[in-house]
Design a protein around this ligand. Structure first.
Ligand code: BES
Ligand code: ZN
Length: 405
């Protein structure tokens, strides 16, 4: 999708919200799109209406013209159009020849910069969805690092490290998960250091980027799994921060990768660390595919995150950390274990596990197992099955708050 900031012209299809229509209804003529929306007409209503408008023109392409009155509408209309215009058919024969959709956004002059910024966000939102939708035989770790290196942006450096380096660094947790695949693993490090960035803050963004859940597809029942260490006698790993982990469940592999990556981010200078991970089925049971659940060890940092989420409109709900949860990941053989016999509070236990690797300073963890990847369509923003790009908008808002501070 392309975004142009301008007044509508002759051949554009003009889109408006029509309060006489039922929410979700789309009426269309050659020159006009009218969309029903639920009251109140907040950012979410505009995002969904813009998505529906874009969806109705997605296959034929063309230009949709919207008028935005304020900053919130500029954001929502641009984002919604991108959601609705997104085509998940990356591997379809005609994908390269698909027709392009343009958004002609008329807005007060002082919002032109915001519209340009939104165009950038949308590009990355689409890219995040493409990555989530690419299958693991295509998007291997090496392909992912090639993608990271292909950005062409100033002040952004990317390096990546393979299996030997990961082992040499003592990242025993990461290395053990990577040993499950013949594909070369990659620790991808991106550093963005634009002129004028605040000197006292470094925001560390951490993800696990498991290209396919390496837990295996036909696992033993979880509660029996720990006994299977008898088959190969004692899996105990040492992570890069020196702590040891008893592996009682090979499917709880995401937290192992994050353990070493979180430590690395802190160790290489991040003052504020935040990770986003599709970490537990327990979180998607708790919140479904609409909200992410998050955790933070610092209320000040949490307040920034909360404000960023309010602006970005991504639904996020804070969960508790408490030292008394820690005993459920105590191990008799190592400093901790990567799962638990306790079947309750799985998402919290995962967060408590991660906390062991975050070093000193503010840290937050987003469990996006629900909203990151949909197993069925969702009517808001006309979302298809597959990757949603959850977190892209929130990260931008958060980084911008820090840059302005
Ligand atoms: N990637 C999964 C978590 C997940 C589940 C994400 C469903 C999205 C939807 C993760 O690797 C995993 O398997 N977690 C286990 C942890 C458990 C064994 C402690 C889980 O949630 O079942
Ligand atoms: Zn798993």
């Amino acid at each position: 999708m392309r975004l142009e900031t301008r007044e509508p012209s002759g051949s554009d299809v003009r889109a408006t919200i029509d309060s006489d229509l039922r929410a979700g209804d789309v009426r269309r003529t050659d020159t006009e799109l009218r969309i029903g929306a639920t009251a109140p007409l907040d950012a979410d209503a505009f995002r969904t209406a813009a998505a529906l408008a874009a969806r109705s023109l997605r296959s034929e392409g063309g230009t949709i013209a919207w008028r935005a009155e304020d900053a919130e509408q500029v954001r929502a209309i641009a984002e919604g159009t991108a959601y609705g215009a997104y085509d998940p058919g990356l591997f379809k024969r005609d994908y390269a020849n698909r027709s392009e959709l343009t958004l002609a956004l008329a807005a007060p002059a002082e919002l032109a910069d915001l519209a340009t910024r939104q165009a950038t966000i949308i590009r990355h939102l689409d890219a995040a969805r493409d990555l989530a939708n690419r299958p693991p035989n295509d998007l291997t770790p090496v392909a992912l690092s090639a993608h990271a290196k292909s950005h062409g942006l100033p002040h952004l450096t990317v390096e990546s490290h393979g299996r030997d380096w990961i082992e040499d660094q003592g990242m025993g947790a990461f290395a053990a998960v990577a040993a499950g695949s013949a594909e070369e693993p990659q620790l991808i490090v991106m550093r963005y250091d634009p002129p004028g960035a605040p000197a006292d803050v470094t925001l560390g963004l951490v993800g696990k980027a498991i290209t396919f859940d390496s837990g295996g597809i036909s696992l033993k029942p979880s509660l029996r799994m720990q006994d299977m260490k008898g088959d190969m006698c004692g899996d105990i790993l040492r992570a890069a921060n020196g702590k040891t982990i008893e592996i009682i469940n090979t499917d709880a592999e995401g937290r192992l990768i994050l353990a070493d990556a979180l430590h690395y981010a802190r160790d290489t200078g991040a003052t504020h660390v935040i990770d986003f991970a599709t970490l537990t089925g327990a979180m998607s049971i708790a919140l479904g595919d609409l909200y992410a659940g998050w955790f933070a060890n610092d209320d000040d940092f949490a307040a920034h995150i909360d404000a960023a989420a309010q602006t970005s409109g991504e639904h996020a709900w804070r969960f508790p950390l408490h030292p008394r949860y820690r005993r459920y990941v105590d191990s008799d053989f190592a400093d901790m274990k990567n799962g638990s016999e306790l079947r309750q509070a799985g998402a919290v236990l995962a967060a408590e596990f991660l906390r062991e690797f975050t070093g000193e300073g503010p840290w937050a963890h987003f469990d996006i197992a629900g909203p990151a990847f949909l197993s069925r369509k969702r009517p808001d923003y006309a979302l298809d099955q597959g990757g949603t790009g959850y977190g892209v908008r929130l990260i931008v808002e958060l980084a911008q708050r820090f840059a302005a501070a």
